[in-house]
Design a protein. Structure first.
Lengths: 258, 580
């Protein structure tokens, strides 16, 4: 392979990314704290921080925990938007704290942080994930096949693979489900994430369990509860077109074609 | 305190743990204990692929893969184990496909394959397309697929249960002790067999691709029970982490044609690896990058990084094959990889060493004997298939091949034996540790000690090491371990006390960092990921053997490290000079 050289001048974005001198900013993190061991009601607490605005909201939470108040509690792991641990409401919108830079959430004003909605808060930003995972398990989120297994791989055209690509990206962070007004009011609703994971299999050309999954989602608490508010698509940190996926499942229920 | 009884207990719910659980659950009553939720593991962060000689797109065979693995590991690989891994790789990939994994496909509808560092045709002739992948989300897809199959098989998970001790009675495995994060309650799990699959330990470095949660928990608690740790000085630095943040940018980017460049725009890898160039093994690329930086050819105002250049690749190719890593560059650096090169630096990535096992996953208590009922698989273990330097994609392979083997072996063992009686007061040690931390009136902060640990490790035990830097690390770590005895936490509660958890994790990191530095100081040679500037060549006469580190506890409670060595298993490949 030939080795092209870089002759284009640096873009302003690259220069900014590489700049050594960091302009620190001072801002307020306003966190909705809740610890039933200490107080029965949630309280808002402000923390002052001085940081590089290109750092993540998760870095800010870590700074509070490590330097100011070790009792602050939240889930986190990978810190770059892959593991799905740190979905929370930041300035009223569901996001991953590790994928949100401070400069992008207007640090001129207090940045508000609270637990995602619709799931019971256990402590600070930690919610009970069990109902969320139960809905996921209820849609048979695994490949269902009949007949003998082939010796080699099952064939699938690149086009058939592309058909369900979007919904394979789900990291089960619950940002979509906990942004859904239907789910807030009706905890029995499967919620967007479970439907996304049903979609991932219904439209997989190798799968033979679509009829069963569609019957599950034809339930009173299934896809028909969706009111197409698009909150879920907006909330998804992986950019999945969640509402579109739900619409496709609805259409498959009507047409029985998938 | 609650007591539970299971035939088989698996510690960890990442790739290796869930792969083991799928086998074990079908054969024995199994519990999986995880300090996170199953899909939060760092297996999900793996990107580029999983190698297997499927030969779907060009001629290939598992023997070539074995050779590459042995050479990649700088001949410290146990060759019998590498042969098993590369042979079983083919079924491991096909198993995943049958479980539903959405691999990227060829025109003919087969699993597509692409090039990856160190993987070659016919013993080093040229790069070969061997890596089976799903865009740059292969680890994510593996993790999701394994979790989906755990759901299918009804695997029983104990989420947010942090295992803090291993119980051995009369030389045999008796169970584990865990701390329930939600309540602060201690649980004893009596088990006939235990599989450790708790992952890596990269958080003792500052610039690392590893998750916050990768704190060597399994390695540390096994080590404190007097069992050895193998080859801990061998730590892999992945060449392409996002500058300063360490976030991984897959080697698949170079497999797709990406190029490393210095400040002059030069494709410098041509000078270091004339045949494989940017697809030389990771240790070779990481050293080359640091050499460029040291010799003044680094990029940026401080000359402290180089570029990963993808700008010559068509945007459609980046969108289809590398969607996640290009998004990382946009999100975290604010740059557009279509038009700008990405600032990168080597990032602490993977522990080649760990808990020594044989090829069935059984844990060794010395060079030859196993602990009955104790197993390990994945990054926590050292089989050793990675030797002194792991080839890219071989970790996803390792977790699948040896996770499966360990799961089967553990369940089969469980079905042939009775429970080993629990030792008296099985939770005593854990209760004392947890109470000690919760009640401590000390003055030291967890975050401060951890920060200093990471700083000394980055300065003294990274890509380039010398006797002097490793001695500095050993003495710094000893001082930090002293200070750790006086550590205090702010959260005194029982509910979701992650402050307490971070303190325990720091204790693990400190112990393992010491093992790394002491093992590295004793290894006066350069091999794979361990490069000693004061001993820049490989010494097969003295050091073609595995390090085995044991914790010795004196009568007064002070600890020290005893080093022993174990021969390398050589079958068909004699050590040669390593060139790419």
């Amino acid at each position: 392979m030939s080795a092209p050289t870089i002759d284009a001048p640096h873009s302003a974005a690259l220069d900014a990314a590489e700049s050594g001198g960091v302009q620190l900013i001072t801002f307020t993190l306003r966190i909705r704290r809740f610890n039933p061991e200490e107080h029965p009601e949630p309280v808002w607490v402000d923390y002052q921080l001085t940081m590089d605005p290109k750092e993540r909201v998760l870095d800010a939470l870590n700074k509070v925990k490590w330097e100011q108040d070790g009792t602050l509690t939240y889930r986190r792991s990978c810190a770059h938007g892959i593991c799905g641990s740190d979905a929370m409401r930041i300035n009223g919108r569901n996001r991953l704290a590790c994928k949100t830079l401070l400069k992008d959430v207007n640090p001129e004003k207090p940045i508000t942080i609270e637990a995602i909605k619709g799931l019971a808060v256990l402590k600070d930003l930690v919610v009970d994930m069990d109902p969320f995972f139960q809905a996921y398990k209820d849609v048979m989120p695994f490949l269902v096949t009949k007949g003998n297994e082939p010796t080699r791989e099952r064939l699938q055209s690149a086009e058939d693979r592309e058909r369900f690509d979007d919904t394979t990206k789900c990291i089960l962070c619950a940002a979509c489900t906990s942004s859904c007004p239907v789910f807030w009011n009706d905890g029995q609703y499967f919620g967007p994430a479970a439907i996304v994971n049903a979609h991932r299999f219904i439209f997989d050309s190798r799968d033979e369990g679509a009829e069963q999954r569609l019957e599950i989602l034809n339930d009173r608490e299934g896809v028909w509860r969706c009111r197409t508010t698009f909150n879920c698509s907006e909330a998804c940190p992986r950019g999945i077109e969640v509402t579109k996926a739900i619409q496709e499942v609805k259409r498959a229920l009507v047409t029985r074609r998938f | 305190m609650q007591i539970h009884k299971y035939d088989t207990v698996i510690v960890g719910a990442g790739g290796a743990g869930m792969r083991a659980a799928i086998e074990s659950t079908q054969r024995s009553r199994t519990a999986v204990l995880t300090k996170l939720y199953p899909t939060r593991s760092h297996t999900g962060a793996a990107q580029g692929g999983m190698c297997a000689a499927l030969a779907n797109v060009e001629e290939d065979n598992w023997e070539w893969h074995t050779f590459d693995t042995v050479k990649g590991g700088d001949y410290l690989v146990d060759q019998d184990a590498a042969e098993i891994m590369c042979k079983e790789a083919i079924d491991a990939v096909l198993d995943l496909e049958k479980m539903g994994l959405p691999f990227s496909r060829t025109e003919a509808g087969r699993i597509d394959q692409r090039r990856f560092g160190g993987h070659t045709r016919n013993h080093g002739e040229a790069a070969v397309r061997r890596s089976c992948y799903a865009a740059d989300r292969t680890g994510h897809m593996i993790l999701q697929t394994l979790f989906q199959n755990c759901v299918k098989h009804g695997v029983e998970f104990f989420n947010e249960f942090y295992v803090l001790d291993l119980l051995i009675n009369d030389g045999k495995t008796a169970g584990v002790v865990a701390y329930e994060l939600a309540t602060g309650e201690i649980h004893v799990f009596q088990a006939k067999s235990v599989v450790f699959a708790s992952g890596g330990t990269g958080k003792f470095f500052k610039v690392t691709s590893n998750a916050h949660t990768l704190t060597g928990d399994g390695q540390a608690l096994v080590y404190r029970r007097g069992l050895p740790l193998e080859d801990m000085e061998f730590f892999q630095f992945h060449p392409t982490g996002i500058w300063r943040m360490g976030i991984l940018l897959t080697e698949g980017a170079r497999g797709e044609g990406g190029i490393l460049r210095n400040k002059d725009g030069e494709r410098f890898m041509e000078r270091y690896a004339p045949v494989m160039k940017d697809l030389a093994s990771r240790d070779v690329c990481s050293r080359a990058i640091y050499t460029e930086i040291r010799e003044g050819r680094g990029c940026g105002p401080d000359g402290d990084h180089v570029y990963l250049d993808l700008t010559h690749l068509p945007p459609e190719q980046l969108d289809a094959k590398l969607p996640d890593i290009t998004e990382f560059a946009r999100t975290y650096l604010g740059i557009e990889p279509y038009t700008d090169p990405i600032p990168i630096q080597p990032t602490a990535h993977y522990a080649m060493g760990g808990i020594p096992t044989n090829v069935e996953g059984e844990v060794l208590r010395n060079n030859t004997d196993v602990v009955p009922g104790l197993y390990a698989a994945g990054e926590v273990a050292c089989v050793s298939v990675h030797g002194a330097n792991r080839l890219g994609t071989n970790s996803l392979l390792d977790i699948n091949v040896f996770g499966k083997r360990a799961g089967i072996a553990a369940a089969e063992y469980s079905s042939t034996v009775d429970f080993t009686p629990l030792p008296e007061n099985p939770a005593e040690k854990v209760q004392a540790m947890v109470d000690g931390l919760r009640d401590s009136t000390g003055t030291e902060s967890v975050a401060q000690i951890r920060k200093e640990l990471q700083e000394t490790m980055d300065t003294n035990a990274m890509v380039y090491r010398t006797g002097a830097t490793l001695k500095q690390a050993v003495s710094d770590i000893a001082a930090l371990r002293e200070r750790y005895k006086n550590v205090a936490i702010m959260d005194k509660g029982f509910r979701y006390n992650t402050d307490l958890l971070e303190a325990v994790e720091l204790g693990n990191l400190l112990d393992l960092a010491e093992v790394l530095a002491v093992s590295g100081l004793a290894r006066e040679e350069s091999r794979g990921g361990h490069f000693r500037e004061d001993f820049p060549t490989r010494d097969d006469v003295k050091f073609m053997q595995h390090t085995m580190a044991y914790q010795e506890v004196a009568a007064d409670g002070t600890t020290s490290i005893r080093l022993d060595y174990k021969p390398v298993v050589t079958t068909r490949y004699q050590p040669m000079e390593r060139k790419y």
